[in-house]
Design a protein around this ligand. Structure first.
Ligand code: AMP
Length: 546
């Protein structure tokens, strides 16, 4: 067919080219792993990404090769995002917090042939060495002065690797459906699974993420992604920042409340993003030191349900707007954001906050529905809950190199949907609320109890720092909820106090049968509660009601 419009492929290199040409002097600031503050701009980032692309060619990297990273959010990691994908290879961000066996599995499954890593991870990489036979080049992301003595043969130094190369590199043009980057997602059981993004899906997702009713990004923003670049590409922010020309602030390994707060203030950060656990540390640092943000306007919180108490604290104590977002690695990752519609603006603050407790409405490009066990669509009444299915142009079709396993589910009209494994309600305005992961739901006497609701209620108690609710066996009801909670320091709360606290806040039959206080709860490598660990630990727990 004769097209009357230009055919310009949607490629990742176009993002950094655009940022260089139209926002060249906009800053990118990094707290480096070596400890100092590094400051440059989009033009210099582009130049260095091209130098890296040249260096990759020299060491023999070809299109389609998988280049792994074990790295924090830094300017060098950003250059790898652009240099690797821009030249047609695949940027595979590996989560360094995974167990050793999982890292080995992931890197061998992906057949990574280069590994770029930060100084922090040198001891891990040295131990992994015998189990990574396919990796031909190891590159330490530092300068000559910081190169350590290491047992890794032919260890390359990032700065030396790119310094000898010219910034004269012409980004190649190839079809937009070329693979660009790879991220493994670890379910609670089985091996991690690879999600392979394309140039096209990455650009479409970046457009959508930047929209006012999504993350609302612009050239007036200063973005600090706390969410790691190894967690679903820092939710797409390194791409969306270039697409909008926003200033980027990268926190390196300094994820504690004090280091983050210093960067927020010094760099005049307007928007940040991260999982709830990371904000707990930051908010308690602010409270303990009686500090306030002076420039932060919005924060994206997702990855796990945002406890309502956290939203209220951000909005009421700190005047920071919470953007409660939901998504998955399989969705690039953004699916929904909880942002008001015009008709909600006249509601009371309390009612508006209650809307923000929901995971939100889909951004354009994502379609969703909830279904019952037979795949029949359930009503959008905010009450009926069922499995959440999604479809859209940046949502996974099948896992990377996963054989013929069928991931999508066809509906009665022949449309294919991705089953999220989440259980949710949808209200008449299209706001979705996760009630549970399908495997976390508590099934009691044939009815379902939302563990997330119970956890949110528990953490709204002023003496509770964190809470998890799991199902434990009950001879009469099959399963009943057990609350496992961490008390705030110096709190003198009893089991009875917290049980009584639930009265009037949830249905009577939802109230946990028992409470166990622990000093900490287990988390996954991306900061989510690791309920499978708790289920193992409390597998034989005998409830007082049993
Ligand atoms: P991941 O791919 O590791 O980001 O995990 C995706 C899963 O995290 C989703 O399927 C949800 O179960 C959970 N999740 C992400 N965002 C939220 C949220 N805002 N509220 C509740 N669960 C969430």
């Amino acid at each position: 067919m004769n097209s009357h419009m230009m055919e310009v492929p949607l490629l990742i290199s176009s993002l950094i080219k655009y940022a260089d040409r139209y926002h060249g002097d906009t800053e990118i600031v990094t707290r480096t792993v070596e400890g100092d503050i590094h400051r440059y701009n989009y033009s210099e980032a582009h130049e260095r990404s091209k130098k890296l692309a040249n260096a990759l060619v020299k060491i023999g990297v070809v299109r389609g090769d998988r280049i792994a990273t074990l790295a924090w959010n830094t300017h060098r990691h950003l250059e790898i995002y652009y240099g690797v994908s821009g030249s047609g290879a695949i940027c595979h961000t590996v989560n360094p917090r995974l167990f050793r066996e999982q890292i080995i599995y992931i890197m061998n499954h992906a057949k990574d042939n280069c590994l770029f890593f930060d100084l922090t991870f040198l001891p891990i990489v040295e131990k992994l060495l015998p189990d990574l036979p396919l990796v031909e080049h190891f590159v330490l992301m530092t300068d000559k002065a910081h190169m350590p003595v290491s047992q890794i043969p032919n260890l390359l130094c990032y700065e030396q690797l790119i310094e000898s190369d010219s910034g004269n590199f012409v980004w190649p043009e190839f079809p937009e459906k070329t693979d660009s980057s790879l991220c493994y997602t670890s379910g609670t059981t089985g091996n991690p699974k690879g999600v392979m993004y394309q140039h096209r899906t990455t650009i479409l997702h970046s457009y959508a993420a930047a929209m006012p009713d999504a993350l609302n990004l612009s050239a007036r923003d200063v973005i600090l992604p706390v969410v790691p670049m190894f967690h679903a590409n820092a939710w797409g922010l390194p791409y969306a920042a270039a697409l909008t020309g926003a200033k980027l602030v990268l926190p390196g390994a300094g994820m504690d409340g004090a280091s983050l707060f210093e960067l927020f203030e010094n760099e005049k950060v307007t928007l940040s993003a991260g999982v709830p656990t990371i904000w707990m540390g930051l908010v308690s640092h602010l409270k303990d030191n009686k500090l306030k943000f002076s420039t932060l306007k919005r924060t994206v919180i997702g990855g796990s349900a945002v406890p309502p108490a956290m939203t209220r604290s951000f909005e009421e104590d700190y005047q920071v707007e919470v953007l409660h977002a939901w998504g998955m690695t399989e969705m690039s990752p953004l699916g929904t954001v909880s942002i008001m519609k015009h008709k909600h603006l006249s509601l009371s603050k309390d009612k508006q906050l209650a809307i923000k407790d929901k995971q939100g409405r889909p951004i354009y490009g994502v379609d969703m529905k909830i279904v019952d066990d037979q795949g029949r669509e359930l009503p959008w009444d905010g009450k009926a809950f069922g499995e959440l299915l999604v479809r859209g142009p940046w949502i996974l079709n099948s896992y990377y190199r996963d054989g013929d396993e069928k991931t999508l589910k066809p509906d009665h009209n022949g449309l294919e949907w991705f089953p999220t494994g989440d259980v949710a309600t949808i209200d008449p305005d299209g706001f979705m609320q996760i009630t549970d992961r399908s495997k976390d739901v508590i099934k009691t006497g044939g009815e379902w109890i939302s563990s997330i609701d119970l956890e949110n209620t528990a953490v709204s108690h002023p003496d509770i720092a964190e809470a998890a609710v799991i199902a434990v066996y009950h001879p009469k009801w099959d399963e009943r909820p057990l609350l496992i909670a961490v008390k705030k320091q110096e709190a003198t709360l009893s089991k009875e106090d917290i049980i009584n606290f639930f009265a009037g806040k949830v249905a009577k039959w939802w109230i946990p049968d028992d409470v166990v206080f622990v000093s900490e709860l287990p988390h996954t490598a991306t900061g989510k509660l690791q309920k499978n660990k708790l289920r193992e630990e409390f597998a034989n727990y005998k409830l007082p009601t049993a």
